[in-house]
Design a protein around this ligand. Sequence first.
Ligand code: EPZ
Length: 430
Amino acid sequence: MDKIRIRGNRPLAGTIAIGGAKNAALPLMTASLLTEETLTLCNIPYLGDISTLANLLVQHGVSIKWKGYRPNGGQDGRAVELTADDITSTTAPYDLVRRMRASVLVLGPLLARCGKARVSLPGGCAIGTRPVDLHLKGLERLGAEIELTQGYIDARAPKGLKGAEIAFPTVSVGATENLLMAASLAEGETVLVNAAREPEVADLARCLVAMGAEIEGIGTDRVTIRGKPRLHGAKHRIIPDRIETGTYLMAAAITGGDVELVGADYEPIATVARTLEGAGVEVSQTEAGLRVRRHNGRLTGVDVMTEPFPGFPTDLQAQMMALMTTAEGAAMITETIFENRFMHVPELCRMGANINVHGASAMVRGVRQLTGAPVMATDLRASVSLVLAGLAAEGETVINRVYHLDRGYERVEEKLAACGADIERLGDGS
Ligand code: EPZ
C-alpha cells in the first residue's frame, strides 16, 4: 500500500491548479441514467471515487468514454461522455456500493427511468452511521413503494413517479440530489423544502435544466421541479472543487507560504476565506483564481462550527483543525454534521498537537511547532489534514493508507512538490 513521506517546515510558494469538484461530478455522472442520449461532463477530476462510480455505471449498462483524460496530465479538455441508451441492470450490488456511499445516487435516476431499482444499503462508514432514510421517505412521497430486504433497498414505481411536496426534516446533500433527479422524470410538480444549498447540488440542478428539466429556486432551500416525460443529452462543465480549494488555502497558510490557486472560485469558499482572514490569513481574488498568504507571525486561534452551506463545511473541518494546532491561543472546533468526524485528533496529537475532545467539540490549544511522526487516517479529509500537519512539522512524517487521499485529491504530492514541498509517494515495500 502506498505511503506519503513529507519532510516539513518549509513554506509553499507557486501555483496549484484546482480540479473539477468530486462531489459535483459524482451525482452528475449518475444523472446520465436519466436519458438514453449522451451526457458530456467537462472538467472531470481523475480520482479513485470517480473510477469506482464509473465501474458501477458500466455495470448498469452505461457506456463511458474518457476524453483527453491522462492520469498524469493536465486538466484542459478533459471530459467524460456517458451514454445510458440501454440500461441492462437496475441492481447496484453490495460489492460496488460498499466501496463508496455516493453509489446510492443511482437510486433516484434508475427508479424514475426504469420504474424499479434494487440498490444495496450503503451501511455506516468511518465518519458516522449515515442513514439514507431521507432519500427513501422522499421517494415514497413521489409514489415509490420501498422495501428493505436482505440488505437491499427494493424500490418500485410501476406506474411512474408523481410530483409532491417534500419537506426535509434536516438538510441532506445526497437526499436533495436523489430527489432532484427523480423529480425531473416524475409527472407534475415537486417542491423540495429545506433542500441542501451546496454548490454541488446547484451544479446538478443546472445540468438537469440543460437536459430539459424545468427547475426553479436553484441554489435556494426551496426548489421546484416540473418533471418531463423524457430528458435529453447535454454538455456540462463541472464546477471547481471548493474543498480542494479550501484544503490548499490551508496548506499555504499552515506553512506561511504564498500560493495562487488557479481556477478556484471565491464565492463558494467565502465563509472559509472569512474565517481564515480572522486567523491572520490573507485570501485575495486574482484573474486566474485566488491568492493566499499568511500575514506576518503566527496565526490566531479562531472558533469554527460546521454547518450546511453556506456555513463552514464539514469537509474542511479536519484541515482547519490541523491549521489551528500551531495558531496562537485556543480554537474551539465543533462538528455538527457527522457524529464521528474527529479521527484525525489522536493522529494530530501524536505529532505534538494539544487537542481535547468534549462531545461534538474539540478544544485546540496552539503549540509552537509540530513534530513529524508516522500517522494514518480512516477517511479522506482526515488523511489530508495529516498531510497539512506534516507540511508544517519539523522532521519526517509518513502517512499510511494513501488510498483515502487518492479517492478525493488528484496528484496531491505532485501539486505540493511543485510549490516546494519535500513530499514523495513511497510505493509498496518502501
Ligand atoms: C455529502 O454526503 C458529501 N458527499 C460529503 O462529502 C459531505 O461531507 C456531506 O455531503 C455534507 O456536506 C458527496 O457529496 C458525495 P448528507 P451526504 O446527506 O450526501 C444525515 C467527502 O469527504 N442524513 O448531507 O452523504 C447524515 O447522517 C464527503 O467528500 C440522515 O440522517 O451527506 C449526516 O449526519 C464525506 N439521513 C447529515 O444528514 C439521510 O437520509 C448530512 O448528510 C441522509 C443524511
